[in-house]
Structures are given as C-alpha cells and as structure tokens.
Design a protein around this ligand. Structure first.
Ligand SMILES: [Zn+2]
Length: 198
C-alpha cells in the first residue's frame, strides 16, 4: 500500500471508536468519492484547532475569552453545575432544566491517570467559590467510582466556602455516562438533586 495512504489510515485512527478497518474504509471513501468533503474537513479542523480554546471562567470550549454561557446575563451566576466534559453541557442544555452557569472539569479525579485536583481545574473553581457569588453547586459528574471521588472533593471545597453542594439524583445509571442519558431523564435528575453527604 502507498506510504501516504498508510499514513492517512493511521492518522484517522486518532478518532474515538475508529479501528483499522473503519480507518481504511474512511480513507478509501475520501480518496474515491469525496475529495471536496475532505478539503472542507481540513479547513474545519485547521480553524477549530487554531481558534477554539477554553473559557477562562468555566473551561468550556469556546473561541471567545469568556464563553456564551458565562457571558449570558440571563443565566443565574449563583448556581453552578459542574460536569466532566463539554458534551455534558450540551446534554444538560437539552433538558431545558438548568439556567445557571457551568464549570467543566475536563475529566475526573483519577490518580492512576495522573488526574489530580490541578488537572481538573480545582484552583479555578475554588477561585470562583471565593468570589462569594455562588450559592449552590450542582455536581453532575458521571456515576462512576472516579466520579464519586470527584463529588466528595468538590463538596468538601464548597462546604469550606459555605456553598450548598447538591448532586443530580435519579435515573442516571451507575457506570453510565451523562451525555448518553436522554433529556427527560436528565431533567428529572436535575429537579431531584439532593444534598452531598460528607
Ligand atoms: Zn464559560
């Protein structure tokens, strides 16, 4: 096989869920049937990589310094929902049950993967807690062991700033991921949120 073709197939495998077979199929599809689409993909990748960074307040992906959620004056800055990933924000928005602001961890506490408090943005979240605006933090991490450890860490931090810590409740299955939960279930989970126990 041509070295360039091999390289293309290998590069496509950086995408999640793409194994060697799928990567090969994608490479052949691009070259045989959709070179124009591939050009558009190159442009989109290039400008996204160049321009999209992290919001300085909440770590959401954005091309601005402050994202659209943080700068939206109709959202309540006193309630902050903490999630693991940017696509969790999209899932919660679809539930239409939340009108506060967000904080995105970009992961969860996981010592084995070298994910400590610094890596998941705890200094930035603590800075926001210290500003005295936040009354409630809703912790909406995934229901996994690492997600649980993260809940306790954030709840402790909230307590030391006299902030009410709650966590989403019903319907999110253990071991599941927030972004795959349907909007109705997620809306219920938000309404039925409960205190974080110490
Ligand atoms: Zn933001």
């Amino acid at each position: 096989m041509s070295p360039l073709l091999l390289n293309l197939i290998q590069s496509l495998r950086c995408l999640p869920g793409i194994g060697p077979k799928s990567a090969q199929r994608m490479a052949f599809h691009i070259l045989q049937k959709d070179r124009l689409g591939a050009r558009r993909l190159i442009d989109a990748l290039e400008s996204a990589l160049e321009k999209i960074g992290y919001c300085q307040e909440c770590r959401m992906l954005t091309e601005e310094t402050i994202c659209e959620y943080c700068s939206n004056l109709r959202r309540d800055p006193a309630v902050v929902c903490v999630v693991e990933a940017p696509d969790d924000v999209i899932a919660i928005e679809a539930s239409q049950q939340f009108k506060g602001q967000y904080f995105i961890l970009m992961g969860h506490l996981s010592p084995l993967d070298r994910m400590g408090p610094e890596e998941i943005g705890m200094p930035l979240l603590e800075k926001r807690f210290a500003q005295g605006v936040i009354r409630e933090v809703i912790i909406a991490t995934n229901p996994t062991v690492e997600g649980e450890a993260t809940v306790h860490y954030i709840a402790d931090m909230a307590r030391s700033h006299n902030i009410h810590a709650t966590r989403i409740a019903h319907g999110v299955p253990m071991g599941g991921e927030l972004k795959y939960v349907d909007a109705g279930t997620l809306a219920q989970a938000l309404t039925g949120r409960r205190h974080c126990e110490s």
